[in-house]
Write a protein that binds this ligand. Structure first.
Ligand SMILES: [Zn+2]
Length: 95
């Protein structure tokens, strides 16, 4: 598991960061959720590099969301998306 060197929000040093869980739904390994003890942010690490992020949002986001949401997900319609994702909300509230 890769460890962050700084909080991505407030830049607190690694001694202020702790693992919330190494279990990331859908991840194929190597990512974890961390909590910053300075600002209380919870974040996924490692994230995308700036180049990976640019490519993802330019070329893959629509397909990613459609595939992730499925036919009932309705990710382009907020009310439908919220209704279709209640099981995800319940699962994530644990963290
Ligand atoms: Zn922080």
């Amino acid at each position: 598991m890769s460890l962050p060197t700084r909080c991505p929000l407030c830049a607190a040093a690694s001694d202020r960061l702790s693992v919330v869980t190494p279990h990331v739904y859908g991840d194929r390994g190597g990512r974890a959720f961390f909590r910053c003890g300075a600002c209380d942010a919870i974040f996924l690490h490692p994230g995308l590099s700036p180049e990976e992020e640019r490519k993802f949002y330019a070329a893959e986001f629509e397909g990613f969301m459609s595939g992730r949401s499925g036919d009932a997900g309705g990710w382009t319609q907020p009310e439908r998306h919220i209704a279709a994702n209640q099981t995800t909300v319940v699962r994530r509230m644990r963290y």
